[in-house]
Write a new protein. Structure first.
Length: 260
């Protein structure tokens, strides 16, 4: 699990601790297992979610019901969502991580979402990493500006954190559903101040963090190497085409001189 460490200044008043704590921040999605996903047969399919109780048979033959609680790394969820391109991939995504949005923590009531909504949310959170401004109070005079203002309000409102006595002590960010997990992942990655870029390889488009002053165009050495090979092959193709055209022009010129 990826951990973020931040300092907490508790020395602002006499009623607070006079120490600065540096604690790891651990964000994760905490949900119930047992979710089933259904997909409608439409051009823009609708994903609906239902929860079934998980029955446990004890050694003595007695039966009980389990919450079957599970937890997932929010950054793993974000990477998985960013790779979703069609209904089949979205179905696999929801089967792995549960509903997009539920009513409350560990609830069994969820909201449906269409494929177009999944792809729209994917693009929204990708944009939030790349270029969206951190929320600030400002006026909105048009519908688009008001929509952007409300989206920013949702993104940058305070992230709920719990300070717990783990060994070592840590701060927990507990997310109730995929939507919460996506917001937490973006919030924390934007909080550290590093810029994000989109991979320059056209058929990749993956976003990545610039954690040093060294300029990077590609998300990985594999993408950089592949693009270098492609550029080299394209230059060879262009040079060969230009050489063929030049040879053809010389041949035509020679033929004219010889009267052919």
């Amino acid at each position: 699990m990826r951990l973020y460490t931040y300092g907490f200044d508790m020395n602002k008043t006499n009623f607070m601790s006079k120490r600065v704590y540096s604690l790891p921040v651990m964000p994760y999605l905490e949900t119930r297992g047992g979710w089933e996903v259904s997909l409608s047969d439409e051009s823009d399919p609708l994903f609906t979610f239902s929860w079934r109780r998980v029955e446990i048979v004890e050694k003595d033959g007695s039966k009980s019901w389990s919450l079957n609680q599970t937890s997932f790394n929010v950054f793993e969820i974000r990477e998985a969502l960013f790779s979703v391109k069609d209904a089949a991939q979205a179905m696999a995504f929801f089967q792995a991580y549960g509903p997009w949005q539920i009513k409350e923590h560990l609830s069994t009531e969820s909201n449906p979402i269409r494929l177009s909504g999944v792809l729209s949310q994917r693009d929204f959170y990708r944009d939030a990493l790349l270029s969206r401004e951190v929320w600030s109070v400002r006026k909105a005079s048009t519908n688009d500006e008001m929509r952007t203002l409300m989206q920013d309000w949702y993104l940058w409102q305070p992230l709920p954190m719990e300070m717990v006595f783990h060994q070592p002590p840590a701060v927990i960010v507990r997310c109730k559903d995929i939507q919460d997990a996506m917001r937490a992942s973006v919030f924390l990655d934007r909080l550290d101040g590093f810029p994000w870029r989109r991979c320059a390889r056209e058929d990749c488009g993956r976003v990545f963090k610039l954690e040093s002053k060294r300029a990077r165009l590609y998300c990985s050495t594999d993408c950089a190497h592949l693009q270098s090979v492609r550029s080299y092959n394209e230059r060879k193709r262009v040079n060969a085409a230009n050489a063929a055209k030049s040879k053809a022009r010389k041949t035509r010129g020679t033929n004219r001189k010889e009267g052919k």
